[in-house]
Design a binder for this molecule. Structure first.
Ligand code: FES
Length: 101
């Protein structure tokens, strides 16, 4: 099974199992990682904001316009920011890492 790593606010790293087909938000919730996800993935908030490691960012599918619009409202937006509910795990993303903000 693929794995992914969350780098938490205190700098600690959590490597977790990342089943293919689940979103990063779902994976975070399964593992008690602190990402809110208030709208549960319906692109109506930006509380699932994550900052993806730049090498991995390139491998993600492009954000949709709706995701971009919500990201514009996210606190602390960066060049590699994404919404965790919109990143769906695949085999190719094995090793993915990101900061939860
Ligand atoms: S959980 Fe609301 S946009 Fe991702």
């Amino acid at each position: 099974m693929p794995k992914m790593t969350f780098i938490q606010r205190d700098g600690s790293r959590r490597e977790v199992e990342a089943p293919v087909g689940l979103s990063v938000l779902e994976i975070a919730h399964r593992n008690d990682i602190d990402i809110e996800g208030a709208c549960e993935g319906s692109l109506a908030c930006s509380t699932c904001h994550v900052i993806v490691d730049s090498e991995w960012y390139e491998l993600l599918k492009d954000a949709t316009e709706d995701e971009e619009d919500m990201l514009d409202l996210a606190f602390g937006l960066t060049q590699t920011s994404r919404l965790g509910c919109q990143i769906i795990m695949t085999e190719e993303l094995d090793g993915l890492n990101m900061m939860n903000v």
